[in-house]
Design a protein around this ligand. Structure first.
Ligand code: PEP
Ligand code: MN
Length: 356
């Protein structure tokens, strides 16, 4: 008898579940229609006032046994699921995702392709110190077949008492040397205010690790007409890295080069811990090119060659490395900058790795 009763109650419950599902489906259809109307008239999907009215109306009809809070909680879940239905397909997937764009993004700068079949080397001093220093570094690059010249003019230094960079004068020096030697010039900016001056002098603008989540900077980078190198934050997850790149793409600039530069861990043998697995993960989940900074990730010259080989073997589209004509006198990162001989050795060692 009791077993029969239980079965009967359960079958009533099953029927009610189906009815609830049916009602939710009907609700979802209406919500989808509302979404289309909203899109047409340009109204925002989420209307907190309307949501609150609906919840209060439901609570005023609540006869128990559920508490008002429980009713609010249950219906909020239904509202949220309905709101998600109004999201356009585009927003369900990120613009950086390979699900949106299957083919690799190849960035063409003055005929040099980044993200294609050839792998590239970005090199140059940590900081621009003088015309003579940049010119000497650039000549070494050129002699080794490297066209991508980097150098910091706005330096994000840990201590405010350390050399902060030459600012616009540094950008002028980079541009002058790049023009003299037909090179492509990259430098970092640290705030949205520098975007205008950066456009005047640079072929590629870098956003450094410390600014990966400087959202205002990311937004103006999205409005820029030059490619952006976006470095992974010191403690950023791969997802946060992707969302940072998404900021740039969603604001209109799809020319983004990701740069893995190591993350902060407990390990002290290297300056940071190079997350080599981020390279194949990003390559499979995103269509954007990715390079590896072997200088800031390791902080050590003695392991630069095997680290760079590993990066390229893992699928990186290139590497970034610091080179200074005379590292012992460098104003920043003296220990990790390669001298001309070391730089030439690196380039020779990487030759077999530079094409796919
Ligand atoms: C740099 O490339 O000069 C630099 C400061 O690197 P990161 O932002 O990766 O520390
Ligand atoms: Mn540096």
């Amino acid at each position: 008898m009791t077993a029969e009763k239980l079965n009967e109650l359960r079958s009533q419950l099953d029927g009610i579940n189906i009815k609830l599902l049916d009602l939710m489906t009907q609700r979802a259809e209406i919500v989808t229609e509302i979404g289309k109307v909203k899109a047409k008239i340009g109204t925002k999907r989420f209307d907190p006032v309307r949501e609150n009215q609906m919840l209060e109306d439901l609570v005023s009809h609540n006869k128990g046994p559920f508490s008002d809070d429980t009713v609010r909680h249950l219906f909020k879940q239904i509202f949220k699921a309905s709101l998600d239905l109004q999201k356009t397909d585009q927003h369900k997937e990120l613009l950086v995702s390979r699900k949106i764009k299957k083919t690799d993004t190849v960035i063409d700068i003055k005929g040099l392709k980044i993200g294609g079949s050839e792998k590239v080397i970005f090199a140059g001093p940590c900081a621009v110190e003088s015309y003579e220093q940049v010119r000497a570094a650039a000549e070494t690059l050129k002699a080794n077949g490297v066209r991508l010249l980097r150098g910091g003019a706005y330096k994000p230094r840990t201590s405010p008492y350390d050399f902060q960079g030459l600012g616009e004068e540094g950008l002028q020096i980079l541009r002058q040397v790049a023009d003299e030697l037909d090179m492509i010039v990259i430098s970092e900016i640290v705030s949205p205010y520098e975007m205008e001056v950066a456009h005047k002098y640079l072929d590629i603008i870098q956003i450094g690790a410390r600014n990966m989540q400087n959202f205002e900077l990311l937004k103006v980078a999205g409005e820029a007409s030059v490619p952006i190198i976006l470095k992974r934050g010191l403690s950023a997850t791969i997802d946060e890295f992707k969302y940072a790149a998404e900021y740039v793409l969603s604001h209109g600039n799809s020319q983004v080069i990701l740069c893995e530069r190591g993350i902060r861990t407990y390990e002290r043998a290297t300056r940071n811990t190079l997350d080599i697995s981020a390279v194949p993960i990003m390559k499979s989940e995103s269509h954007l090119p990715i390079i590896v900074d072997v200088s800031h990730s390791t902080g050590r010259k003695d392991i630069v060659i095997p680290t760079a080989k590993a990066a390229l073997a893992a699928g990186a589209d290139g590497i970034m490395v610091e080179h200074h004509p005379n590292p012992p006198v460098a104003l920043s990162d003296a220990a990790q900058q390669l001298n001309p001989t070391e730089f030439a050795e690196l380039c020779t060692a990487l030759k077999p790795f530079l094409s796919n």
